[in-house]
Design a protein around this ligand. Structure first.
Ligand SMILES: *[C@@H]1O[C@H](CO)[C@@H](O)[C@H](O)[C@H]1NC(C)=O
Length: 422
């Protein structure tokens, strides 16, 4: 009796023997979900005295651009916005940083850059820390079988054949990280856990890799709150600016920067998912997902039309089934912008918002699109949807109920091990 108890206890406590048996896991964060660093060179043209002084303070060395709390203090919001700006060059057909602003993503491969957005303000900038800690409690070990794949979330992807230096490089890096996690863990295929925008990158990586690669390297793809078909909220971001609910920031201060982001354009509502629903209504017109180009013109962002039409639209059209087992974990039952109603003051004034179902950020039909569009397709084995009711988009990687749900999925994928312990 005693010896049996001791044997079971020692099996459970011996983390090394557990770790050997777990499938390696790669975390892919969402937009804004990891740190981003910048360095200002002599080509940087500060727009205000404050931006000039704060640039001098950095003395040409690397500093954290995202996230630091000064972002929400209005004179600094301006400096932040001009340093975060992307520019689309029609001649090169690609996006680039603001002149004089170099950026880099720290801690690729590690969970370090996505646990907290500001390591000095852990409490208020926690992102995936709870999830990482919970995974460590069941035997995962950062750097050994638990990895993070942060990226420059301002950039997106374009339809294949278009230059897309930053986004394509990320897909390459992610692919190599998956392969090396596989190799260093006894050739065990990898579990990918993505949040939000990260899921779209993962789906693209899967779509662009041969089936034989996917079957060899991917055990399971757990996507948490992925906006498969974009979100109506993104139209608000483009039209009037959106401050993530932080009331002190004037949305118009960040609108230009938000419009410039390639990944934001990627997250516009997709015609396949939103069909013929009116999403933005003004006194003159009503816009559906198929009217995004016209919408971009009318809100005064004509520069966005060409990249949207040539790079994004075909990308949305060409999506295929992931071809690996997928579990989508989605938040539901949270009021989510479904239609924006503008009066005669134009787009600079925040609209009246009509709400519908979703996770507060992403509409329900978009969260469920993987199921509605691809579940019947050939080659799509497992496609499971888990509904975590009343948990919002950002809370899905922090909230206890939601994190336990993610953990339960990870454990059931590793089930051979767990049932032998039960
Ligand atoms: C999610 O779960 C809640 C509570 O069980 C339920 O009321 C709701 O209809 C579900 N939503 C979806 C989209 O399945």
């Amino acid at each position: 009796m005693n010896s049996l108890f001791l044997m079971v206890a020692s099996l459970c406590l011996c983390h090394n023997s557990i770790a050997v048996d777990l499938h390696p896991l790669v975390l892919v964060p969402g937009s804004g979900g990891n740190q981003l660093e910048a360095r200002l060179t002599s080509k940087y043209k500060p727009s205000t005295l404050i931006c000039k002084l704060s640039a001098l303070q950095t003395k040409g060395s690397w500093f954290r651009l995202w996230f630091t709390p000064s972002v929400i203090i209005s004179p600094f919001t301006q400096c932040f916005a001009e340093r975060m700006m992307l520019y689309y060059d029609p001649e090169l057909d690609d996006y680039h940083n603001a002149p004089g602003v170099e950026t880099r993503v720290p801690h690729f491969g590690s969970t370090e850059g996505l646990m907290y957005l500001d390591p000095h303000l852990k409490h208020i900038t926690e992102y995936m820390a709870t999830l990482v800690n919970s995974l460590e409690e069941v035997g995962y070990e950062s750097g050994k079988n638990l990895f993070g794949a942060p990226y420059d979330f301002r950039y997106g992807l374009a339809d294949e054949g278009h230059p897309c230096q930053v986004g394509n490089q990320y897909l390459q890096d992610l692919k190599m990280l998956i392969e090396s996690a596989f190799v260093s863990n006894g050739e065990k295929p990898v579990i990918i856990v993505s949040h939000s925008l990260g899921g779209l990158f993962v789906l693209q990586l899967l779509n662009r890799s041969p089936l034989s690669w996917r079957h060899k390297y991917i055990k399971h793809f757990i996507s948490v709150s992925a906006p498969w078909g974009g979100a109506v909220l993104q139209m608000l971001t483009f039209a009037s600016g959106y401050t993530l609910g932080i009331p002190v920031v004037n949305p118009l201060l960040v609108r230009e920067e938000q419009r410039s982001s390639e990944s934001n354009l990627w997250l516009m509502p997709s015609p396949k998912v939103f069909a013929a629903k009116p999403l933005v209504v003004t006194e003159k017109k009503s816009y559906m997902a198929s009217d995004i180009s016209e919408f971009l013109m009318d809100i005064g962002f004509g520069e966005g039309v060409c990249p949207y039409k040539t790079r994004i639209e075909p990308l949305l059209d060409s999506l295929e089934a992931p071809g690996v087992p997928v579990t989508c974990i989605v938040g539901t039952g949270v009021e989510t912008p479904e239609m924006l109603v503008y009066g005669n003051e134009g787009f600079d004034v925040q609209p009246r918002i009509v709400y519908g179902d979703g996770d507060g950020t992403v509409n329900l039909e978009s969260l469920l699109a993987l199921e509605s569009l691809w579940s019947g397709l050939k080659g799509q084995q497992v496609l499971k949807v888990i509904n975590v009711s009343g948990v919002s988009h950002m809370s899905l990687v922090k909230d206890e109920v939601a994190v336990n749900e993610i953990l339960a999925q990870v454990q059931s994928i590793n089930s051979i091990l767990l049932t032998s312990f039960a």
